[in-house]
Write a protein that binds this ligand. Structure first.
Ligand SMILES: [Zn+2]
Length: 427
């Protein structure tokens, strides 16, 4: 095992001594260290040592633990200086159960997501290319790492919604007609003959411009907060405006690098920026701007935040469409939804992930909310329940649920003492 790798692994294992999380940095090394620890007849204990105690600038006497820690840091730095520019062969780590090697190199953590990406990403890109999603461009023009980062930063329910919206498979008029749930594909806001997902953004019906403008003010505020390059800020707002109102993009005298990214986004379509597919180049330009200003922010995080904010814009246009649609629906649908909400409350929420439980409010408040909000709430709860069920099958408590509560996953009968004890976890 490389000395640096072992030292780094030991640093991390000190905080992950009791648990092994495949998302931890250098998970392969941690797993190997756990393997040897479990085989060892010696009982090992972890101890946290404050790092860099020799950096304080004040002469002080370090104890043996701190000294060892500083020596290890110095060794690691020396080793890194010596070899970080040399090609790194994939070293087999003693005690590692197996290695996952992809063309991009060895996978050290997050095996599941990296394998999924390796298998399905080419297929997904080719799907979008076949569908002509990127107009005069293609999937090679898209900043996929930004797409991935932004999606991971969204709640799971929002990710599901975005996939449905982008692929067109959500409850718009066109799909409702195909599924024979409606008699027509008309837009509920403007009576346009065929409502598809793009029309949800472009609809000029009553109230849509107010929602759009409010969203654009929020996007502009976010760009300011992110200290966006002023010219970049202007072209993004102008590009989105030209798309929504089908007007030509008129900004001129742009810096060459900005002109080139604007042209590329224009070829791929501004709709794609709005729906989560920015082209390559945006993040680099913003990075240069941060560098010029001596900022420690990164272009990568900037594009992630922008894509996430723009997804909110599309979501709000969809939500507005649903609030209008609600008025056209019968009260029967509303009653059915309320019955399902009551059933959810009767099941209880104590074993759901923390993120899902955050959405639990007073029952009366949910029952009185607009139909679209109630539907959205039910969807989020069902996603949380599915996730909890997956965790149950893997015998792992969901985030925010203690292990002791989790082992009682078979809910005791109502009225029992155990049930009363569990009730305190319910909201
Ligand atoms: Zn419309």
């Amino acid at each position: 095992m490389g000395r640096l790798a072992l030292l780094e692994g030991l640093l991390i294992v000190s905080v992950t001594w009791q648990t092994r999380r495949p998302t931890s940095q250098q998970f392969d090394i941690i797993a190997a260290i756990h393997y040897w620890r479990d085989l060892s007849p010696v009982q090992w204990k972890s101890r946290h040592i404050l790092g860099h105690q020799d950096d304080a600038g004040v002469p002080t006497v370090l104890d043996r633990w701190a000294t060892l820690n500083c020596e290890m840091d110095a060794s690691a730095k020396a080793h890194w200086e010596q070899c970080h520019l040399q090609p790194q062969p994939n070293i087999t780590i003693s005690g590692e159960p197996w290695q996952l090697l992809l063309p991009s190199g060895k996978v050290c953590r997050n095996f599941r997501s990296q394998l999924l990406e390796h298998i399905f990403a080419p297929e997904a890109k080719s799907y979008w290319d076949r569908k002509g999603r990127f107009a005069e461009g293609s999937s090679v023009d898209i900043d996929w790492p930004a797409v991935g980062d932004a999606r991971r930063s969204m709640p799971r329910a929002r990710q599901h919604w975005q996939t449905k919206h982008n692929s067109g498979f959500c409850g718009v008029g066109k799909m409702m007609l195909q599924r024979k749930e409606r008699d027509s594909a008309k837009c509920p806001r403007c009576d346009h003959e065929v409502e598809d997902t793009e029309h949800v953004i472009l609809c000029q019906g009553s109230g849509t411009s107010e929602v759009w403008q409010a969203q654009m003010r929020a996007v502009a505020k976010e760009l300011t907060k992110l200290e966006t390059d002023p010219q970049l800020h202007r072209v993004i707002m102008a590009g989105l405006h030209s798309y929504r109102y089908n007007e030509p993009f008129t900004l001129t005298s742009l810096r060459p690098e900005i002109q080139s990214v604007v042209e590329l986004q224009g070829r791929v379509g501004w709709r794609n920026l709005l729906e989560g597919f920015p082209v390559l180049g945006w993040a680099d330009i913003q990075q240069q701007s941060y560098d010029r200003n001596g900022s420690k922010r990164t272009g990568r995080r900037w594009i992630t935040a922008l894509v996430k904010k723009l997804a909110e814009t599309v979501w709000n246009m969809w939500d507005h469409r649903n609030s209008v649609n609600t008025n056209n629906e019968t009260s029967l649908a509303s009653i059915e939804i309320n019955n399902r909400i009551i059933a959810e409350y009767n099941q209880g929420f104590w074993h759901l992930p923390r993120d899902t439980r955050k959405q639990i409010k007073q029952r009366s408040e949910i029952l009185a909310a607009p139909l679209s909000t109630r539907r959205h709430w039910l969807h989020n709860i069902s996603v949380g329940r599915r996730f909890a069920e997956e965790q149950r099958l893997r015998n792992i408590p969901p985030p925010g649920v203690s292990y002791m509560d989790w082992v009682r996953a078979n809910r005791p009968p109502d009225g029992s003492e155990e049930c009363a004890a569990l009730r305190r976890y319910e909201i």
